[in-house]
Design a protein around this ligand. Structure first.
Ligand SMILES: Nc1ncnc2c1ncn2[C@@H]1O[C@H](COP(=O)(O)OP(=O)(O)O)[C@@H](O)[C@H]1O
Ligand SMILES: [Mg+2]
Length: 383
């Protein structure tokens, strides 16, 4: 049996059945239809590679049926069967997209040959279509990857370039503030307005500095340095550094640490940034009296680091977006929308995974899963 899906359409029952029987003997088992409407109904239900179609039928003519097939099932090839005196129909049919036509009475070998050719064409068409689809998908992916890569390169460049003038602006604003405090300017008109404007400038400088800082952190990932990382020590150190911020909001930070965890091979600089980002988010999302729990546990060949907070939670529709660059629900003074993007980029680079679970109004958990033994890749330094 071949795998050609064939449909035989002819109103002369005897003729159709005979041909079907003989084709079956030769390994092609066709479906049958007695008129155009039946033919179209079958095509709606299942895909067919080749239709052998009688031109002269009561009801819909073969050429009409052909038009329908070509419009709705462009991958299906059609062979028309014409009477001797009506080969003109066949010529018309080819113009309308038929694969070929044969004059009745048909010779079986001839018909068989044509069916195989038509099937080959339909198969190639399908392959081409699949190939085109595949290529389009790959191109899309490549565009996205390239965009991200060039975004990274651009980001470092811009961040570096901005850092120097930013430092000068910060210095100058600070100096102006000092000047305003001098006695000689004590009677200066509208001094308060100057002060307010300077504060705004300083706030904006601080915001810009945070953005460049995050971006530089993100890009440094291509140059990660692997070392033995004492995760427990790292968690402790970072909790210390954010403790004051948390205490100001009356938030308690609790550590639950599996003491069997010794050291892992990873990038301490980048892990520090991950932890700071997750903890900062947790503190910002949590109200007074809330609690943040950091859990460190060893599971199989991985280490799980969970930052859980009792904060406001993340709406379902935002869960998809929080890892996108520049997605933030915070005021411009508070968020850059780069924290989680950078965090995920770092973790993926370190062969890890990050997962989030959140319940609105109850809290959020970010779980980072890291391999204990990071595989060293080309371009990574071990220090
Ligand atoms: N622990 C959390 N609780 C609630 N929302 C969070 C938490 N962490 C992140 N988010 C949401 O994800 C967004 C993106 O986070 P992030 O990338 O760190 O940017 P940013 O903190 O600068 O806004 C935040 O604006 C916030 O809406
Ligand atoms: Mg953040």
């Amino acid at each position: 049996m071949t795998n050609i899906r064939l449909l035989l359409v002819d109103d002369e029952d005897d003729f159709r059945r005979t041909i079907a029987k003989r084709l079956t003997k030769r390994g092609i088992c066709p479906a049958e239809a007695g008129n155009g409407e039946e033919c179209l109904a079958i095509l709606e239900k299942k895909p067919v590679d080749v239709v052998v179609l009688d031109v002269r039928m009561p009801g819909m003519s073969g050429v009409e049926v052909l038009h329908h097939i070509k419009k709705k099932h462009p991958k299906t090839e059609v062979i028309l069967l014409t009477g001797h005196a009506t080969t003109q129909d066949g010529v018309e049919g080819i113009k309308s997209g038929a694969f070929d036509y044969l004059a009745k009475p048909v010779e079986l070998e001839h018909l068989l040959g044509k069916i195989k050719q038509a099937h080959e064409k339909s198969r190639r068409g399908e392959e081409k279509l699949r190939e085109a689809e595949f290529r389009a998908r790959m191109e899309q992916q490549m565009i996205a990857t390239k965009r991200l890569a060039s975004l990274g390169t651009l980001a470092v460049g811009v961040a570096h370039e901005i850092n120097n003038p930013l430092a000068i602006m910060k210095e100058s604003a600070g100096w102006l503030k000092l000047l305003l405090k001098k006695e000689e300017l004590a009677e200066m008109p509208r001094k308060q307005d100057f002060d307010m404007a300077l504060n705004k400038i300083e706030e904006s400088i601080e915001r810009t500095r945070r953005i460049t800082h995050q971006l530089l952190g993100f890009v440094r990932k291509s140059d990660s340095a692997l070392a033995k990382v004492d995760l427990r020590g790292l968690v402790d150190e970072i909790v210390q550094s954010v403790n004051r911020e948390a205490a100001n909001k009356n938030i308690e930070i609790v550590q639950k640490v599996d003491h069997s965890i010794d050291t892992i091979w990873s990038d301490p600089y980048q892990l520090r940034q991950v932890l700071i980002n997750l903890l900062t988010n947790a503190i910002q999302a949590t109200g007074s009296g809330g609690k943040i729990t950091i859990i460190l546990e060893a599971i199989g060949e991985e280490v799980f680091l969970t930052v859980h907070d009792t904060g406001k939670g993340i709406p379902k529709e935002d869960l998809e977006k929080i890892f996108e660059p520049f997605f933030s629900t915070k005021s411009p003074g508070e968020g850059t929308g780069l924290g989680l993007f950078v965090t995920r980029s770092i973790i993926e680079k370190l062969d890890g995974k990050i997962e989030v679970e959140s319940e609105l109004g109850r809290g959020t958990s970010f779980c980072v899963k890291l391999p204990k033994q990071h595989q060293i890749k080309e371009g990574e330094r071990v220090s």
